[in-house]
Design a protein around this ligand. Structure first.
Ligand code: ZN
Length: 201
């Protein structure tokens, strides 16, 4: 009997230890800002206790300075999503390089640091785009979970998609949809319940 109690206690302790260990981290990523939506999204992320990465358009910074600063002041990661968000598959190396470099410079000049990561517009990549990224020290980040928020997914569908995130994975979400904004709290709660924390690039 004494042995069984001891063994039971051991199992309880191991169970508690297992529950307290993090299963890992995921990267909540938001493309296409800064926009007029950014302050709402940033606020919801902060309220949920999450961190995040924003892949932004370089040419949207000047007209959305307050939104850019909201991302920066929240301590979230600001990364490169190109300057003009163009289809680049037919572009020359110089065209691609100059566009990406222009985004690097715009982010840096606005106080966002020098990006190390690049999300290709429309998720389109080829050897030319990869070469330009390498020259600029940019690592390409393709999403592991597409929430389809860009294609009319409901808040419930966005939340559900994020239940497929595994440790080390990242989302395709956007800065600009109220459906996405409304999903943040539940997404972060569900991740916590699965032992997953949020990380940023
Ligand atoms: Zn985009």
């Amino acid at each position: 009997m004494k042995f069984n109690i001891g063994r039971s206690l051991l199992f309880v302790c191991l169970f508690a230890l297992g529950c307290s260990l993090k299963a890992g981290s995921v990267y909540l990523c938001f493309d296409d800002g800064p926009t007029s939506n950014t302050p709402t999204l940033v606020k919801n992320l902060k309220n949920a206790g999450a961190t995040a990465t924003f892949f932004i358009w370089g040419n949207r910074i000047a007209g959305n300075t307050a939104s850019f600063n909201a991302i920066k002041n929240a301590g979230f990661s600001i990364q490169n999503h190109s300057y003009t968000h163009s289809h680049m598959l037919t572009w020359t190396y110089t065209q691609v390089y100059n566009d990406l470099k222009q985004c690097q410079d715009a982010i840096k000049n606005a106080g966002g640091g020098t990006p190390k990561y690049f999300r290709p517009p429309y998720l389109e990549t080829n050897s030319t785009i990869k070469s330009a990224c390498a020259a600029l020290g940019l690592t390409i980040v393709m999403p592991s979970v597409d929430t389809k928020d860009w294609n009319g997914a409901t808040t419930a569908q966005i939340i559900s998609a994020c239940n497929n995130l595994q440790s080390g994975g990242n989302t395709l979400m956007h800065d600009g949809y109220s459906t996405t904004d409304a999903a943040i709290s539940s997404i972060v709660t569900n991740l916590k319940n699965r032992g997953l924390a949020t990380a940023k690039y």
